[in-house]
Design a protein around this ligand. Structure first.
Ligand SMILES: Nc1nc2c(ncn2[C@@H]2O[C@H](COP(=O)(O)OP(=O)(O)O)[C@@H](O)[C@H]2O)c(=O)[nH]1
Ligand SMILES: [Mg+2]
Length: 318
């Protein structure tokens, strides 16, 4: 891999080179540490918007409409569509591509579907790095779409500056949202498919739940908007709300705080990933086997063996 050429090409916004770099990141290639060193300066140059919600609620359609809005402003836009529900790229992503088709030939837009493979540490490990590639490529806004399946929306909220939680009328989405802890992570709530019955009551339900929550402590009261993503109705208001939240993040110091937390999560994921790799490969794996024998036969206990292993691995790493 000619990393230098790829980095230079991506800097020029060449889609092929950007795609190659994202692939390196996604596959956890050995070049990734060197790549991240080269891109370190680009950190924090894009506004990152997370979009989460149940399958079919209209995330991809909303993403497409937002791309259009930001393109009108002359921004370069990156999109990461992350599917944590399948270990490998699958059917759901095909729908995403179709929904965003109108931007396929726009070289100011880079769209990438990513499968978050569990063994690489999921969303938290690779998304910040893919994001850095897009920032390096000059994207001023990056949209991260992810299916709301429990842990993933909490993770995407960690990766984003502003998190949009999409709901649709009916389907008991509101109750579901409360259960999944989605109320805690939403900066802006969007009741999409407002052309259908029940949008007002869903919006009311969400407003009531936000009112009961503790979120207002940090000074931001999440707005609840209604949209029809398929006709772009309500998109101007959504963009406005995103801008307002962006201004609040800056003024309150929350932007710096969120980005610090994001960096902390990224480092933690890398540390845990390398610890895991160290005890699963090579001499580390043999040590783990020996420790397992000792514990299974009652000669030692798991805490003692774990402590010894961590000490050995950490010494080996330094
Ligand atoms: N009636 C209606 N349909 C919509 C709206 N937004 C999206 N859809 C449709 O809902 C389906 C799922 O949308 P999609 O964006 O793929 O949802 P995702 O799975 O959350 O990404 C598609 O057939 C869209 O055309 C809307 O506001 N109103
Ligand atoms: Mg989608």
């Amino acid at each position: 891999v000619d990393l230098e050429a790829l980095v230079a090409g991506a800097r020029e916004g060449r889609p092929r080179d950007i795609a190659r770099l994202v692939s390196l990141v996604e596959n956890g290639a050995p070049e990734v540490p060197q790549l991240m060193r080269a891109l370190a300066e680009s950190a924090g140059t894009a506004r990152v918007i997370g979009i989460t919600g149940s399958p079919g609620v209209g995330k991809s359609t909303t993403t497409s409409a937002l791309i259009s809005a930001f393109r009108v402003q002359g921004q370069r836009v990156g999109v990461l569509a992350v599917d944590p529900s399948s270990p490998f790229s699958g059917g759901a992503l095909l729908g995403d591509r179709i929904r965003m088709q109108e931007h396929a030939t726009d070289d100011g837009v880079f769209i990438r579907s990513m499968a978050s493979r569990g063994h690489l540490g999921g969303l938290s490990a690779t998304t910040p790095q893919a994001l850095r590639v897009l920032e390096h490529a000059g994207c001023q806004t990056v949209l991260i779409e992810t299916v709301g399946v429990g842990q993933s929306e909490v993770e995407v909220a960690g990766a984003a500056d502003t998190t949009l939680v999409l709901l649709a009328p009916g389907m008991g989405d509101g109750i579901q949202a409360a259960k999944a802890g989605i109320l805690e992570v939403g900066d802006i709530f969007v009741v999409n498919k407002a052309d259908r019955d029940g949008a007002d009551s869903t919006a009311r339900e969400i407003r009531a739940m936000i009112g009961l929550g503790t979120r207002s402590e940090d000074g931001w009261r999440p707005p609840v908007l209604k949209t029809v993503a398929s006709t772009s109705e309500g998109m101007a208001e959504l963009v406005e709300a995103i801008d307002e939240h962006g201004a609040w993040l800056l003024a309150s110091g929350q932007l710096a705080e969120r980005r610090r937390r994001r960096a902390r999560d990224e480092i933690e994921a890398i540390v845990l990933g390398s610890l895991r790799a160290s005890i699963r490969r090579g001499p580390g794996a043999q040590r783990l086997d020996a420790a397992a024998d000792a514990v299974a036969s009652g000669r030692s206990d798991a805490y003692t063996e774990a402590r010894v292993l961590v000490d050995e691995v950490v010494t080996g790493l330094s």
